[in-house]
Structures are given as C-alpha cells and as structure tokens.
Design a protein around this ligand. Structure first.
Ligand SMILES: Cc1cc2nc3c(=O)[nH]c(=O)nc-3n(C[C@H](O)[C@H](O)[C@H](O)COP(=O)(O)OP(=O)(O)OC[C@H]3O[C@@H](n4cnc5c(N)ncnc54)[C@H](O)[C@@H]3O)c2cc1C
Ligand code: SF4
Ligand code: SF4
Length: 345
C-alpha cells in the first residue's frame, strides 16, 4: 500500500486503463473528465458483430468503465477540468467542476506525485470543406454513423427518415492531406468503415455500398479476413471524389476520376459517410506546457514523457491509435509511472 497519488486528465479508454493499472497496484488515482460521462470516443462506438464478433474493441470501453467506476482506489470527477496546475515538490492543482442538480459549481484543490495527460483526440471537422457537410443533411460523419448504429433504429437518411438504397464512404477526410498539414494516417478509419459497411450489409443485403479510398490500411487483429470478406459484398473505388453536389431529386452526386476509364465518373447516392480522421485537441499542447513538458510546435504530442519529471502522455493524445493500441500504451505508461514513483527514474 502507498499514499502516492496520480492525477489523470482525460477519462477515455487510455486514461481509464492507466487508472486501473495503477489502482490495481494500490496507487490512488484522481481522474478528471471534462464530459458528463467517462469512456471518450470508444464509448460512442457501436458493436459491429455480424454472425460473429469482428473484434472492433468497442465493448472494451464498457467493461473498462464498469471496472474503473467500481474500483475503490479511483476517484472520478466528471464535468470537470484542471483550472490550475504547477509543480514544486509535487504537482499541486485546482479542479473546476460544473454545477449539478444537487449542488453548485465547485473548485477542488489536490496534490499528485505524477500526472498523466490522456486527453485523446478530436475528429476532423469537415464543416466548410468539400462534400457539403452541414449543407446537405445526408452527408454525415463516421462518428454520426456510429451513433445511428448504436441507437439500433436502423440506417436512415437524416433528410427524410427513409432507408437509403445506395450509400458511399469517403475515406481519409482530414487525414493524409498536405493542404491541411495533416500528413498522418489516422489508422482506425479503414477498419471502422469496413466493419460498419459489413454490418449494414448483414442487416440489409440489398443495400448498395461503395467505399472510396486511397489505400486500405489493413493492420489490426483479423483485419485481412474482414477485408477479404468485405470485397465480396462491397464495391471499392480507388479514388477520392473531389466534392459532393445536389443530384436529381433528393440524391447526392459524387464525381471522381476513374483511372480504368481514364476520365471523370459521376454517380448518385442517398447517403454519404465521411471517414473523418483524428486531429490533436487544441488544448492538449497548452496543458502539456503547464505540466512542464516541451510539446512539438504542431500536431500530436508523440512522446510519452516530453522531458517533464513526473508527467506522462498516454493514448491518442500522443498520436492516432486504435483501442487495442491505446490499451497496450496505457499498460506501458502505467509501468513507467510505477517505476518513477519507486524512484527508478
Ligand atoms: C468514428 C470512430 C470509429 C472508431 N472505431 C474504432 C474501432 O472500430 N476500433 C478501434 O480500435 N478504434 C476505433 N476508433 C478509435 C478509438 O475511438 C480510439 O482508439 C480511442 O478512443 C482512443 O482513446 P483515448 O482515451 O486515447 O482518447 P479519447 O477517446 O479521445 O478520450 C479522451 C478523453 O479525454 C477527455 N478530455 C480531453 N481533454 C480534456 C481535458 N482538458 N480535461 C479533462 N478531460 C479531457 C475527453 O473528453 C475524452 O473523454 C474509432 C474512432 C472513431 C472516431
Ligand atoms: S469486440 Fe466489437 S464486435 Fe466484438 S462483441 Fe465487442 S463490440 Fe461487438
Ligand atoms: S486508416 Fe484508412 S481512411 Fe483512415 S487515414 Fe488511414 S488510409 Fe485514410
């Protein structure tokens, strides 16, 4: 048993898994989450099981939340932010928690021997970019599709509530894009689109699905198998449409250059899903600086330590990561923290 404490900023799968690994070693954890509930993006994903589990990892979030909420060594503060933090012999901080029905807003002082930045990522916002997101109701993001699937009401066109007959996924929206300075591959969105498309086909075989892509990233558990199965039932077009336009009636028209016919091709779809990539949260670099870290000038934090004694970074705040990699990263970082607390660093 120890009286050492760790503050974790961010209650996604990265922060929660780190908290559990530390708590299981009898290290006390205070975890601060800005949203009303913990789980981060992973808690907003739908199960993609068809006739069997496709190992998307989404249910790991529910299991991890339940374990963290029940653990006596973890205190969760939701709807809460770090208002101030500085390091002397330990980290001393003040939390600012939003009001609830049963109490007003409050500030809470605290101290910690180590701090973990687990603030994750935000999805690329395609508003004001090509494809008319925000202009055409039937252009939605992959996160919005997850919400529809999670609700279980079936796939619907937001414009009129009807089931779509033809739909398209456009990959790499906000990733691998030199014009945005986003050169990275977000890693998760090929697998997420394929699993979602296969699930939709499983429920409605007549649904016509096209995936527009640059190349399909096939890393991850069993993913080659998922991809091989997907190619039997989904059309893959190796091109990225330039834009979306209002088509005939209520449809959306996509135009792209097809190398096989050496020319432009145009087709109409009822629903278009933008596979938006991971981008760094703007506040993360600021938080890292206040912890004494030296974050890179732009982009993700990349490294787990960044030169500050007792401050660590975990999960997608470091760079694009899927759920399994985030859990593995949390295990490694928790081990580094234990060594640090034992005076081994
Ligand atoms: C549409 C979509 C589909 C996906 N599908 C899959 C999939 O099938 N399989 C897979 O492996 N991965 C998938 N992913 C990726 C998966 O969501 C990430 O791997 C995972 O969420 C990373 O966890 P994280 O904890 O690092 O970050 P996040 O999930 O972003 O969690 C970070 C948390 O920190 C909180 N936070 C941020 N800043 C602060 C602050 N200043 N103070 C307090 N709290 C803060 C946030 O509110 C959030 O709760 C998908 C992602 C998306 C968007
Ligand atoms: S790993 Fe994914 S597909 Fe498998 S049961 Fe969990 S949520 Fe469903
Ligand atoms: S995972 Fe696929 S869709 Fe996502 S950025 Fe990489 S190549 Fe593009």
């Amino acid at each position: 048993m120890t009286d050492q404490r760790v503050l974790i900023i961010g209650g996604g799968i990265g922060g929660l898994t780190t908290a559990l690994a530390l708590a299981r070693r009898e290290i006390r954890v205070d975890l601060v989450e800005q949203a009303a509930g913990v789980g981060g993006h992973a808690a907003r994903l739908a199960c993609k099981a068809t006739e069997r589990c496709v190992k998307c990892g989404a249910c790991l979030a529910d299991q991890t939340i339940a374990a963290a909420v029940a653990h006596p060594w973890i205190r969760l503060y939701t709807a809460c932010r770090v208002a101030e933090i500085r390091r002397s012999d330990r980290y001393r901080y003040t939390l600012a928690q939003d009001p609830r029905q049963d109490r007003p807003a409050r500030t809470l002082p605290g101290e910690a021997d180590a701090v973990v930045l687990a603030s994750g990522f935000q999805t690329f916002d395609p508003s004001g970019k090509p494809y008319g997101y925000g202009l055409y109701p039937d252009v939605i993001t992959n996160l919005e599709l997850e919400g529809m699937l999670r609700e279980g009401g079936g796939l619907r066109r937001p414009s009129n509530g009807a089931a779509p007959g033809r739909m398209a996924f456009i990959q790499c929206v906000g990733s691998r894009d030199a014009t945005l300075g986003h050169l990275w591959c977000s890693g998760y969105c090929c697998a997420a689109a394929l699993r979602a498309a296969r699930l939709l086909k499983h429920h409605r075989p007549a649904l016509d699905i096209t995936i527009f892509y640059i190349d399909i990233q096939t890393f991850g558990r069993d993913f080659e198998l998922v991809y091989a199965k997907a190619r039997e039932e989904i059309r893959f077009v190796r091109a990225i449409p330039a834009d979306a336009f209002q088509g005939e009636g209520a449809t959306l028209r996509l135009t792209w250059v097809e190398t096989s016919v050496k020319g432009a091709v145009e087709e109409e779809f009822d629903l278009v899903v933008l596979s938006t990539g991971m981008t760094p949260r703007p506040q993360t670099a600021e938080l890292a600086t206040s912890l004494g870290m030296a974050p890179p000038a732009a982009g993700f934090l990349r490294s787990a330590c960044l030169g500050a004694k007792g401050a660590f970074v975990v999960g997608a705040a470091r760079g694009p990561m899927g759920i399994a990699d985030t859990i593995a990263d949390a295990g490694r970082v928790a081990w580094q923290i234990v060594r640090f607390l034992e005076g081994g660093r």
